[in-house]
Ligand binder design. Structure first.
Ligand SMILES: Nc1nc2c(c(=O)[nH]1)N[C@@H](CN(C=O)c1ccc(C(=O)N[C@@H](CCC(=O)O)C(=O)O)cc1)CN2
Length: 296
């Protein structure tokens, strides 16, 4: 068997074209959605991701607002930048690019973000809304990577109703938060959250209809641990350096042999990454629509 591709690039292009229509409708009411980014320091990866977010904004007609601070910015400097973004009416939604430099209290910074402007969907208020409102339609930003994964699966016709999803990794941006979305009544999946303390990961993986690999451990999901025909989503991003050539490349959590066993696999790159970016744009358009409706 050769697995079919969960094509994040194609689906994200479709989402962007749908968002362009919503952005035009907002413009007709006199509202321009604006994405703010707060970047601290000059880490090449973070700098590249932030630039990509603003390129995406330009594509769909969302305005860009940037707060760039030096690597030696203090907690107070960063919190002041968050307050500026909270107060800026042109910024309808924003993100604090992670990770923040060592020594900064990240949770204190993130909790200062106005929940109504939280474009990452990771503010405690917005995660709390997902915990409390399991049946109602969601009216706040959703965590981008989890929402992108579910959209990617649904748009490929994969039925999650009653499916057993095994998540590998308990980080906030993916592992912990995806369970909140998958177990909502509208999706209705059954979720097992595994992590480095899990005994016998293989047994869990072998019972999965869908595996979401978000551990950041290259090759942690092996072909022999995947049920034939299962769906495998690769979220892992690890940079490995070839000792001989000294060149580095990004590798995921899924061993390439899985392609011979699974029914569907998300490529990495080209799977979850583009969906995360598309969901960020969707969140910003959502924040602008809600703010326009509240002001109308
Ligand atoms: N505030 C946030 N910080 C971080 C997040 C986040 O969601 N919110 N996630 C990551 C980085 N990230 C977005 O910021 C991100 C990473 C990768 C991609 C992506 O499209 N990757 C491409 C491959 C790129 C390459 O070739 O290197 C892909 O998967 O196809 C998008 C967003 C940490 N920080």
């Amino acid at each position: 068997m050769t697995a079919q591709t969960l094509d994040g690039k194609a689906v994200s292009a479709q989402i962007k074209s749908e968002l362009t229509v919503r952005v035009r409708a907002l413009a007709e009411q006199g509202t321009v959605p604006g994405l703010g980014t707060l970047l601290v320091g000059d880490d090449p990866g973070s700098t590249w991701y932030v630039a990509g977010k603003h390129r995406d904004c330009a594509e769909v007609g969302i305005a860009s607002i940037r707060e760039d601070l030096p690597a030696d910015a203090t907690q107070e400097d960063i919190e002041a930048a968050v307050r500026r973004l909270n107060d800026d009416p042109a910024c309808t939604g924003y993100i604090v690019q992670l990770p923040l430099p060592r020594g900064i209290d990240t949770n204190r910074v993130l909790e200062l973000v106005d929940p109504e402007k939280d474009a990452d969907g990771l503010h405690p208020t917005n995660l709390g809304r997902l915990v409390l409102r399991t049946n109602e339609p969601v009216t706040s930003s959703l965590p981008c990577t989890p929402a992108g994964i579910i959209d990617l699966l649904e748009r490929h016709g994969i039925d999650l109703e009653g499916a057993h999803v095994v998540v590998v990794g308990r980080g906030t941006t993916v592992g912990r938060s995806i369970g909140l979305l998958l177990t909502r009544k509208a999706v209705n999946a059954t979720v097992t959250l595994t992590h480095t303390g899990t005994r016998d990961l293989s047994t869990h993986l072998r019972s999965a209809d869908v595996i979401v690999a978000a551990a950041g451990v290259p090759g942690i999901v092996r072909a022999e641990d995947v049920k034939p025909g299962a769906v495998v989503v690769d979220v892992g991003v690890s940079r490995v350096t070839d000792p001989e050539t000294g060149t580095s490349r990004v590798v995921g959590d899924v061993d390439p042999g899985v392609l011979d066993v699974a029914g569907w696999v998300s490529p990495n790159p080209g799977g979850v990454g583009p969906m995360t970016r598309a969901m960020l744009l969707a969140n910003v358009v959502g924040t602008a629509e809600r703010q326009a409706a509240a002001g109308a």
